[in-house]
Design a protein around this ligand. Sequence first.
Ligand code: SAM
Ligand code: SF4
Length: 443
Amino acid sequence: MSDSRTRRYLIETWGCQMNQHDSEKLAGILTALGYAPASNAGEADLILLNTCSIREKAESKVFDRLGRLRRLKVDNPDLILGVVGCVAQQAGEGIFRRAPYVDLVMGPRNLSQLGQLIDQARREGHSIGLARDDDPIDFSSTTTGRAAGPKAFVTVMEGCNKACTYCIVPFTRGREIYRPHAEILREIRELAAMGYIEIELLGQNVNAYHDGAHDLASLLHMSDRIPGVRRVRFTTSHPGHLKQGIMDAMRTVPTVCNHLHLPAQSGSDRVLASMNRGYTRARYLSKIDHLKKTIPNMAFSTDIIVGFPGETEADFDRSLTLLRDVEYDQVYAFTYSPRPGTVAPGLASALPENVKQARLQELLALQESIQLRRNRDLVGRSFEVLIEGSGRLDNGLLKGRTRCNRIVHTLGPAHRGDLVEVRITRAHAHSLIGEIPQSSGPA
Ligand code: SAM
Ligand code: SF4
C-alpha cells in the first residue's frame, strides 16, 4: 500500500450492546490514528472482528469468517487481520495456532492499546494484548466513533463478579470495575450537547454499579438533570441487584423509560439454583409485580436459557408459565451451550440437541402469541416515538421506539431524532405500525 493513501478499516461486530459500543470506541481510536472506514473487506487495510464467545456457535462463526477473509491476505500482504473482544480474551495465543494468518489478538479490556498493537503487528508480524482480571481499564470516551444519533451508549462499568454456572463472561471481561460518576456525567453532558437525546447506560451487571459515592439510582437522578437528555435506559440488570432505590428511580425520574430488560434465565427454582443465579422465581416475580403496580404501562423483556443440564419437562414448563405470568414484550431465548471453564457442564448430563431445539421452538411460539396479543391491544392508542431512521425494508417507512421499547414503523412526516406522537394502526408480534396525526409534529 502506498503511504500517501489513507488507510481504511472495517470492524465486524458480534454479540451484545457492550460489544457494539466497544466497536464504536475502536472506530474512534482508528479515526484518531488517521484511518477512514472501508465500505467492504476487499477495500480494507485493517479488519477487526469484534467477537462474542457466549455460545459455541458465536465462536465458531468467527473462525468461519476468518477462513473466508484469509484469501484477502494473499491479494494484500499489508492487510492486518485482528480478532478482538471475548473470543480473543478466551482463546488468546490459541487463535494464532488455529488461524496462523491472524496478525493481532486483543481482549475487551485492552482497547486503548489498539494503536500500539497495530504498530507491533506491522513491525513484527503479530501482536497480542490480553488483560488480567484486575487490570485497570481506560474508560476515556473522547475518541468514541459513535453511530449517528439520536441514541448513544455510555459505559458505566466493565466486567462481572457473578458466577452463573453457564457463563463465560466473568472469564472474558474480568472482575467488575466501575467508572467514576463524574466521568459518566461529563460524557452524557457532551453527548447531549451534540444532540443525542436518548442515553443507554451499559454494564454486564449495570444495576450493581457503585463508585463509592453513587449507585445506579443516583446516576439516573443525576442524568435526568442534564439539559437535552430526554430518555434514559440501562442494561443489563441482574434481578438480585434490582434494589428498591433503582425501582423508585424508575418510577419518579421523568427521563427513565418504562421498560426493563430483566434476564430470568429459567422459571424453575431448581434450575435457577443450579445456575447459581441467587434468586427464586417468587423473588423475581415480586420485583416484576412491584414495577407493574407502580409504573404505568411498564414493559419487560428477558433472557431465557432452555435445555440447561438436568432441565426436566417440569422445569421447562416452569419457564413457559413464567412467560405467561409476566407477559414479556420480548424474550431472547437460547439453547444452553457448554462453555470452557464453566461449572455447568459437570453438573448433570447434557440434554440431546433435538430436545433443546424442540423446547426452544415451543417457548418461542408461546412468546410470539403473547407478543401478538399484547401488541394488538395497543391498536388505537398513541405513544411518544423517538425516530431512529429508516426501517430495514426499503418501503419508505421510518423506524422508531416507544419509551417502553416497542418498535414502531411510520410513514412520517418526521426525521431521525424527532420525538413524535404516533397512533398505532396495526400490530405484528415484533413491531407496530402507526400514523402521525396531521396536527402533531416533533414534541
Ligand atoms: N449479565 C446478564 C445477566 O445476568 O443476565 C447476561 C449477559 S449474557 C452476555 C447474555 C445472555 O446470554 C444471558 O442472559 C444468557 O441468557 C445467555 N447465555 C450466557 N451464557 C450462555 C450459555 N452458556 N448458553 C446459552 N446462553 C447463554
Ligand atoms: Fe454472565 Fe451471570 Fe455475569 Fe450475567 S450475571 S454476565 S449471566 S455471570
